[in-house]
Design a protein around this ligand. Structure first.
Ligand code: FAD
Length: 408
C-alpha cells in the first residue's frame, strides 16, 4: 500500500486550501491529495455566469495548476474509507494509508430526487446555476425572455436545507429580474420563488433588504413549496405544498437540486446520521477518530456551506492536523464564519456574513460596507476582488492575502 503522512481526500475548494495551508506551514510534509477531476471549479462564480457577468472560463482551472507544490496528486476516486485501519480504498481497488486524514468531499447534488429534472435540464427553458455547463444557459434564457417580452412566466426554486450557498437560488432570480427590469419588460412578467423553507434567509438581519428586493421586482413568494417534478417538453413544474400538489407552466425554470452528503462518506464509519463527516464544530476533528478531520460542504458543522467558510476552516484544519501529527491536541478553533454575497441587482450586493448561531459578523467596517443594505462596493468585492483572492490567496495558502477576516 502507498502511505502518506497526511492524506487529503477531495481537491475542491476546501481540500486544496487545506493542503496549501499545510505545505505553507511545513514545506517538507509528505502529503497527498486524492481528486479524480481534471478541472477545479470556482463555484461562487457560477452565479455570475448565470447573470452574464463572468465567462464560464473565469470559473475553472486545471486541477494540475491548483495542486500545491509539494503535494502528491493521486488522480482517482475514493470508493471506501477504512478509518479503523487508517486506510482509504480507491475505485481501482488500491489502498492508501495515512497518519492523518482530511476529508473534503463536498456534498452531492441529488438531481434524481426531482422527477424528470435531470432529463429536462439544458432544454425547454429548464436551467440551473448549480452546474458549470448549465449556468450559461441561464443567461441565454434571460436574454430570450427579454427579447420575447410580453407575458412570460419565470419560476425559481429552492430545495430543503442544507444546501451549498443558501442564497444562490435567489441570487439567480434577482440577477435575472435586474436584467428584465433594465430592459423594461419585467412589468409584464410573472416571477415566482418556490421555496421549500419558510424564510427568505436564515439570518433575520438580512431579510428586510431582501424583502424590499422581492417587492421591487414584484416577485410572488411561495414558501413551503417544494419542486417535485418537471416535465420539460410541456414546460410544467409540479410543487408539493401544504394544500397538495400544484402544477405551474413556465417559460423559464431555474431549479436548484436537493443536496445530500457525499455517498462515499455516507456509507462509512465517518458519517453522522445525515451522511456528513461527523466533526467537532470548532476543531474540525472527527468525533470518534482522533486522526481524522473534515471540512467544507461535506462535514457536519452547522455553518453556511460556502467557500467563504472553507477559507476560514482550512487554516484551522491545517493547524490542528499538524498538532495531531505531533501527538498534540487541537489548538485552533473555527467560529462558524460563512458568507453569502446576495446579488440583489447587477451592481449591488447585500453581503451577509455571520458565524454560528446566525451571529452577524462583518469583516469590514460599516462605513465601507453596511452588510445588511445593498452595497456597490460589495458588488466590486464579489466581481473583481474575490476571484483573485480565491485563486491566489486561499488556494495558495497565502493567509496574509486572506486576512483573519475572510470574505469569499
Ligand atoms: P467542492 O468544492 O465541491 O469539492 C469537492 C471535491 O471532492 C470535488 O473536487 C470533487 O471532484 C471531489 N470528489 C467528490 N467525490 C470524490 C471521491 N469519491 N473521491 C475523490 N474526490 C471526490 N460559496 C461562497 O463562499 N460564496 C458564494 O457566493 C457561493 N456561491 C455559490 C453558487 C453556486 C451556484 C454554487 C454551486 C456554490 C456556491 N458557493 C458559494 C459554495 C461553494 O462553492 C462551496 O461551499 C465550496 O466549493 C465547498 O468546497 P468543498 O471543497 O467542500 O466542496
Amino acid at each position: 500500500d502507498a502511505h502518506h503522512r497526511v492524506l487529503v481526500v477531495g481537491g475542491g475548494s476546501a481540500g486544496i486550501a487545506t493542503a496549501a495551508s499545510l505545505l505553507k506551514r511545513d514545506c517538507g510534509l509528505d502529503l497527498a491529495v486524492i481528486e479524480p477531476s481534471d478541472d477545479h471549479y470556482y463555484q461562487p462564480g457560477f452565479t455570475m455566469v448565470g447573470g452574464g457577468v463572468f465567462k464560464p472560463a473565469d470559473t475553472v482551472r486545471k486541477t494540475a495548476k491548483v495542486m500545491p507544490r509539494g503535494a502528491t496528486w493521486i488522480r482517482a476516486s475514493v470508493a471506501r474509507f477504512e478509518p479503523d485501519d487508517n486506510a482509504v480504498v480507491l475505485c481501482d481497488g488500491k489502498r492508501v494509508t495515512y497518519d492523518v486524514l482530511v476529508v473534503a468531499l463536498g456534498n452531492r447534488l441529488a438531481w434524481e430526487q426531482v422527477e424528470g429534472l435531470e432529463a429536462a435540464l439544458g432544454r425547454n427553458g429548464v436551467t440551473s446555476n448549480y452546474r458549470y455547463d448549465l449556468a450559461p444557459y441561464t443567461w441565454q434564457l434571460v436574454q430570450e425572455l427579454k427579447a420575447r417580452g410580453g407575458a412570460q412566466r419565470a419560476l425559481f426554486t429552492q430545495p430543503p436545507m442544507p444546501i451549498k450557498c443558501a442564497g444562490a437560488p435567489q441570487k439567480a432570480m434577482y440577477l435575472s429580474c435586474s436584467e428584465w427590469e433594465k430592459a423594461g419588460v419585467l412589468d409584464g412578467f410573472e416571477v415566482e420563488f418556490h421555496n421549500a423553507g419558510g424564510v427568505l434567509f436564515g439570518v433575520p438581519e438580512y431579510v428586510p433588504a431582501l424583502m424590499e428586493t422581492v417587492e421591487r421586482y414584484g416577485i410572488d413568494l411561495k414558501f413551503g413549496s417544494t419542486l417535485v417534478a418537471v416535465d420539460g417538453p410541456s414546460r410544467q413544474a409540479t410543487f408539493r405544498t401544504e394544500a397538495g400538489e400544484v402544477t405551474r407552466g413556465f417559460d423559464m425554470l431555474h431549479a436548484v437540486p436537493p443536496q445530500v452528503g457525499n455517498p462515499v462518506v455516507a456509507g462509512s464509519a465517518l458519517a453522522d446520521a445525515g451522511g456528513y463527516v461527523e466533526v467537532d464544530q470548532n476543531t474540525l476533528r472527527h468525533v470518534r477518530y482522533a486522526n481524522a478531520f473534515g471540512l467544507g460542504d461535506g462535514c457536519s458543522t452547522g455553518n453556511a456551506k460556502t467557500a467563504a467558510a472553507a477559507r476560514k476552516q482550512a487554516p484551522v484544519a491545517a493547524v490542528n492536523v499538524l498538532a495531531a501529527l505531533a501527538g498534540k491536541e487541537p489548538c485552533a478553533s473555527y467560529d462558524g464564519y460563512g458568507s453569502c454575497p446576495l446579488t440583489v441587482d447587477r451592481g449591488h450586493i447585500v453581503l451577509a456574513e455571520f458565524t454560528y448561531g446566525g451571529k452577524v459578523a462583518p469583516s469590514l467596517p460599516k462605513w465601507l460596507i453596511e452588510g445588511t443594505r445593498p452595497s456597490r462596493l460589495a458588488w466590486h468585492l464579489k466581481a473583481d476582488a474575490l476571484p483573485p483572492i480565491y485563486w491566489h490567496g486561499m488556494l495558495k495558502g497565502r493567509e496574509w492575502l486572506v486576512p483573519p477576516a475572510p470574505l469569499l
